[in-house]
Design a protein around this ligand. Sequence first.
Ligand SMILES: CC(C)(COP(=O)(O)OP(=O)(O)OC[C@H]1O[C@@H](n2cnc3c(N)ncnc32)[C@H](O)[C@@H]1OP(=O)(O)O)[C@@H](O)C(=O)NCCC(=O)NCCS
Length: 200
Amino acid sequence: MRIETERLLLRTLDEGDIDALVGLWTDPQVTAFLGGPRNPEELRRSFCEDLRGQAPHPHDLWPVVEKSSGDVVGHCGLLAKEVDGLPEVELVYILAASAWGKGYATEIGRALMQFAFEEMGLTRLICLIMPGNEASGRVAARLGMRSEGLTARPGNRMLRVYAISSALMAMDCLEERAAGGDRGSFERAMARIRDTEPDV
Ligand SMILES: CC(C)(COP(=O)(O)OP(=O)(O)OC[C@H]1O[C@@H](n2cnc3c(N)ncnc32)[C@H](O)[C@@H]1OP(=O)(O)O)[C@@H](O)C(=O)NCCC(=O)NCCS
């Protein structure tokens, strides 16, 4: 797994990433809207298991490296989940507090969205966001996602569902093109939709 953007690199887990990822998942500020800090020993054990397995799995979280510093600043990716009885794929973005406010979540989110639609052939992505997580809601909106209301998750947690389909993304690309933006992104999105339309 490898997705490179202008400032970030999302890649397969390496042994040297574990300390940074444990730091991320044990930080009360980072996990405030994610169920709180996790147990560091359990985290280390599960990351080591991941390392030993290394089986490439299409729905997972991966370390995100800041290219300028070489630091692991995030854990982002795609998770398969059942939501309201339907199979969904959730786009997840989690960054170290030191990396907030630089547009990184939007940058890696956009690249993951492109990967999901173009490489994996998915037609829909969602974000599940705890009410009050304003930053995460802003990122979802910036990615072109629309709010679909609330869903009850295990433990009676109510989370807000944001979603985007590949068709909606194509419309955004059309608007971008009308505004003089990248023509290629629109053409790619339309080709993708044509490919997925059934023959009638
Ligand atoms: C949510 C998170 C990923 C945002 O990352 P980020 O790289 O700082 O986001 P961006 O820089 O791309 O900013 C996106 C928008 O959020 C806004 N924002 C950032 N922090 C904010 C905050 N604390 N409150 C309100 N808005 C905030 C930015 O101003 C920007 O808004 P704009 O579109 O109006 O310019 C980051 O705060 C984080 O990792 N939080 C902890 C983990 C988490 O909750 N993840 C979400 C899981 S659902």
